[in-house]
Ligand binder design. Structure first.
Ligand SMILES: Cc1cc2nc3c(=O)[nH]c(=O)nc-3n(C[C@H](O)[C@H](O)[C@H](O)COP(=O)(O)OP(=O)(O)OC[C@H]3O[C@@H](n4cnc5c(N)ncnc54)[C@H](O)[C@@H]3O)c2cc1C
Length: 340
C-alpha cells in the first residue's frame, strides 16, 4: 500500500471543487486498509474516508490522510428458495452492482439504478430513490473499527437506518470504515412501482411485462432527463433533505399553497418536497456566488465554474434563509463535509 503526497482531489469529487490531500492511500484489501489506518495512527494524522466523492463537500486542503476504500468483489454467499444473499465489497461501483444483480435475475435494487458512488458509502445515508431504500434489501455489513482495527459486523438494527440517515452519520460518525455489504435479494419478481414519477413512466406497460431490467431502465431514463451528469455539470445530487414535518404543518401549508408536494413519512408526519419549496421561492435556474440552482430540478445545486465548496455553501445558505423566512421550515444540507 502506497501513501501518496499532495494528491489532487478535484477529479475525485463530483462537485469538482478544487481540493488536495496532504496524504492519500487507496486500499484494495482489508490488510491495506488496516496498514493505512495504522500509518495514520503512527504519524498522528486524522483520517478521512472518500468513496466516489458524490455526496461530500471537500475543503481546499485536507491535512491528514484521505483513504479511498477500493476493495473489489461480488459473491453469492447463500442461495435460498426465495432469496439470494450477496456480498459486495465497499469499492464496487454502486450502479455496476445494480447491473450485476439484474444479470443474475435478482430483484430489489432496480429502483436504485444510476445512483453514483460506491457500495461502501450506500449504507452511510441509507441511499434511496423511487420508493426504495437500501435498508429494504440490507442484511448486514462488515466494517473496520478505525481505532482498534478490528472487523465488526453490523446488522440492520445496529445501523439505525432512517431517511438519509444511519448510525454512521450520527453516534458512530468517523469511527468505522465499511469494507463489505450483504444484501438479501429476491429471486421472484415483486416490484415497487408506486412512486408517482415511476408509476407515470410505466403507465403504458402491463404489470405482467414488468421486469427488474425494465424498471432499472425506466428509472435511468427519468434520472438522465432530470439530473445533471456530474461529468458535464458538477454536482452532488440533492443538496438538501426533504424536510419531515408534523401533518398539522402540512395541512396549514396546504391551505395557503394547494399545489404543495408532500409524501407520507410515518404516523403523523409528512415529507415535503424540498425541490418544490425551492422552486416556489423562485430559485430554480438562479445563479449566485458562482454556483447555480439546476434548471430542471431545484433540489440540485451545481458548480459550473468548478469553484470552491464555499461558493456552493453560500448559495445553499441563501436558499435556507429564504425558505425559513417564507415557510418557517428548516432545510438540512445532505452532503457531508470531509475533513481531517
Ligand atoms: C447526480 C447524483 C444523483 C444522486 N442521486 C441520489 C439518490 O437518488 N439517492 C441517494 O440516496 N443519493 C444520491 N446521490 C448521492 C450519492 O450518490 C450517494 O449518497 C452515494 O452513496 C455516495 O457514495 P460515494 O461513494 O460517492 O460517497 P462519498 O461522497 O465518497 O462519501 C459520502 C460519505 O460516506 C463516507 N464513506 C464513503 N465510503 C465509506 C466507507 N467505505 N466506509 C465508511 N464511510 C464511507 C464518506 O466519508 C462521506 O462522509 C446522488 C449524487 C449525485 C452526484
Amino acid at each position: 500500500m502506497k501513501i501518496e503526497e499532495h494528491v489532487n482531489l478535484q477529479p475525485l469529487n463530483t462537485l469538482a471543487v478544487p481540493a488536495s490531500a496532504r496524504f492519500f492511500a487507496r486500499a484494495t484489501s482489508e490488510q491495506e486498509l488496516r496498514q493505512a489506518l495504522r500509518w495514520a495512527q503512527k504519524h498522528e494524522r486524522a483520517v478521512a474516508i472518500l468513496g466516489g466523492g458524490s455526496n461530500c463537500l471537500l475543503p481546499e486542503k485536507i491535512l491528514g490522510l484521505v483513504v479511498q476504500p477500493a476493495l473489489r468483489g461480488i459473491k453469492v454467499i447463500e442461495e435460498g428458495d426465495r432469496y439470494t444473499i450477496v456480498r459486495a465489497a465497499a469499492g464496487e461501483n454502486w450502479h455496476r452492482f445494480v447491473l450485476w444483480t439484474l444479470s443474475q435475475s435478482l430483484c430489489g435494487i432496480e429502483n436504485l439504478a444510476l445512483i453514483p458512488g460506491s457500495v461502501g458509502a450506500a449504507p452511510i445515508q441509507n441511499i434511496g430513490a423511487y420508493g426504495v431504500e437500501l435498508k429494504d434489501v440490507f442484511l448486514a455489513l462488515r466494517a473496520v473499527n478505525r481505532k482498534t482495527l478490528e472487523i465488526v459486523e453490523f446488522n440492520a438494527a445496529a445501523c439505525e437506518f432512517g431517511y438519509r440517515e444511519s448510525v454512521f452519520k450520527n453516534r458512530l460518525r468517523d469511527q468505522y470504515v465499511i469494507v463489505s455489504v450483504d444484501f438479501r435479494l429476491r429471486r421472484s419478481p415483486e416490484f415497487r412501482v408506486d412512486y408517482p414519477a415511476l408509476k407515470a413512466a410505466l403507465a403504458g406497460i402491463s404489470r405482467s411485462r414488468l421486469t427488474a431490467e425494465v424498471i432499472a431502465h425506466t428509472v435511468a431514463t427519468i434520472r438522465r432527463e432530470k439530473l445533471p451528469d456530474p461529468s458535464v455539470l458538477p454536482n452532488c445530487g440533492s443538496f438538501f433533505k426533504n424536510p419531515v414535518v408534523a401533518n398539522g404543518v402540512v395541512n396549514e401549508l396546504k391551505g395557503l399553497y394547494p399545489d404543495i408536494v408532500y409524501f407520507p413519512a410515518g404516523e403523523g408526519y409528512s415529507k415535503i418536497a424540498a425541490g418544490w419549496l425551492i422552486e416556489k421561492s423562485g430559485w430554480k435556474g438562479k445563479q449566485a456566488f458562482d454556483a447555480r440552482v439546476h434548471d430542471k430540478q431545484a433540489l440540485v445545486l451545481t458548480n459550473p465554474l468548478h469553484k470552491s465548496a464555499k461558493n456552493v455553501i453560500k448559495l445553499a445558505g441563501a436558499i435556507q434563509s429564504s425558505i425559513r423566512q417564507r415557510y418557517g421550515i428548516e432545510l438540512e444540507v445532505e452532503p457531508q463535509w470531509l475533513g481531517a
